[in-house]
Design a protein around this ligand. Structure first.
Ligand code: GMT
Length: 377
């Protein structure tokens, strides 16, 4: 199949997932055309079946807001026509689904029937999409998609609750590349971070308010009174300066390293004993799944789709949003008990295996086939 993939090219979970999906489809012999405003971060090596088309948005003095959606739809039209795409798969509804609808209507006038599939990822529904500024367009473009998927059961339910849906939503879970995200011995590296054998807790996010990074820092300051421990803060975003300030206030700076955006996540996760994800909402929590694949148990909130991935008392622990005391208590339960920690590490890996890329990508391929059949009829 010739597949056009549209996504945000940055470190956000939806872009990561879309890029990994494209790479996996290319490995299976499909021709994949990425259409984005910048090279996706995880599209880092040459593949004969992968092509990249940049959306450029010309500026003009009249435009306070250059119309990205129009530039995107026009690029989609160009790629559909010239590369003879069979279908488009857009990740994150805003503005990709409405741009895809526009492109679909335009190529129809040229005698081409090209279906588009929309995958909902989270904040496109739960934060931004349901805002009344965007809601009518989001509802229309979701319902106009030839197929609509959500990355968790919880996100499907949120969508049904918040929008007037006429289109069926299929749940296709996110996945992890187990061959890449696996534990490897990085003892030398661990020694640099934790020279006296301290335990290591990791947090990965885009440092937005929805991630409640401060809860991870407050929990850490409680944990460190009971056990020698270090913390790795990976990623970057608007809340980071405030979080660094908070560490200074709490006097924890010497034990917390802010590493910024990192490429070799699997190496960093390999030295962690625990992963902490205290988010206000998470449709899925791809970062937690990648940690679990590296044998790292997860201490998380019970928000959104997280309980579909992190199993309380087995792969980690769940607590209510903001319950810092419980995050600390549960972390200590594992960090002070080697046997239990080892058991949870094994459980985390087993659970991650159920979301292995090999199990999930065929579900997308099946969906593509059924959509194309529908169009052909
Ligand atoms: O919030 C992020 O981390 C970025 C955001 C995105 O769409 O780029 O992530 C959402 O999609 C990820 C991939 O499907 C999910 O793993 C995240 O849980 C989800 N984030 C939220 O729901 C807040």
């Amino acid at each position: 199949m010739k597949i056009g993939i549209v996504c945000y090219p940055t470190f956000g979970g939806s872009g990561v997932l879309a890029t990994e999906l494209g790479k996996a489809l290319a490995d299976k012999g499909h021709c994949v055309h990425f259409i984005t405003y910048q090279q996706p971060v995880r599209l880092d090596s040459f593949h004969p079946n992968i092509f990249y088309h940049q959306v450029s948005v010309p500026t003009y003095p009249l435009f306070d807001f250059p119309p990205y959606e129009i530039a995107l739809a026009s690029t989609m039209v160009d790629v559909i026509v010239n590369q003879k795409l069979d279908l488009l798969h857009v990740h994150y509804a805003i503005p990709h689904a409405s741009a895809a609808f526009m492109a679909q209507q335009i190529v129809k006038t040229k005698g081409l029937e090209v279906p588009f599939i929309t995958t909902l990822h989270g904040t496109d529904i739960t934060l931004v999409g349901k805002d009344k500024t965007y809601e009518p367009v989001v509802t229309f473009s979701m319902n106009s998609s030839n197929a609509l998927t959500a990355v968790s059961q919880n996100l499907k339910e949120q969508t049904l609750e918040n929008f007037e849906m006429t289109k069926e939503i299929q749940v296709i879970n996110n996945f992890v590349d187990i061959k890449r995200f696996q534990y490897s011995d990085k003892e030398h590296f661990k020694k640099i971070i934790a020279p006296n054998g301290e335990k290591i807790i990791a947090h990965v996010s885009n440092f937005r308010t929805v991630k409640r990074v401060e809860d991870a820092i407050y929990a850490f300051s409680k944990i460190r009174t009971e056990v020698p421990v270090k913390m790795l803060m990976i990623g970057d975003g608007p809340e980071r300066p405030k979080m660094e300030e908070l560490c200074r206030e709490l006097g924890t700076c010497n034990d917390i390293s802010f590493l910024g955006k990192q490429e070799k996540m699997e190496e960093l996760l390999s030295i962690a004993d625990l992963f902490i994800l205290p988010s206000e909402y998470e449709s899925f929590g791809l970062a937690a799944l990648e940690a679990m694949a590296c044998r790292v148990p997860v201490i998380s909130s019970n928000a959104g789709g997280i309980p579909e991935i992190n199993i309380h008392g087995k792969t980690g622990y769940l607590a209510n949003v903001g319950d810092v005391d419980s995050y600390a208590k549960y972390s200590l339960e594992l960090l002070l008990n080697e046997e239990k920690l080892e058991e949870f590490k094994n459980n985390a890996l087993d659970q991650a295996n159920t979301f292995a890329i090999e199990n999930i990508v065929p579900q997308y391929e099946e969906l593509y086939k059924s959509v194309l059949q529908g169009v052909a009829q």
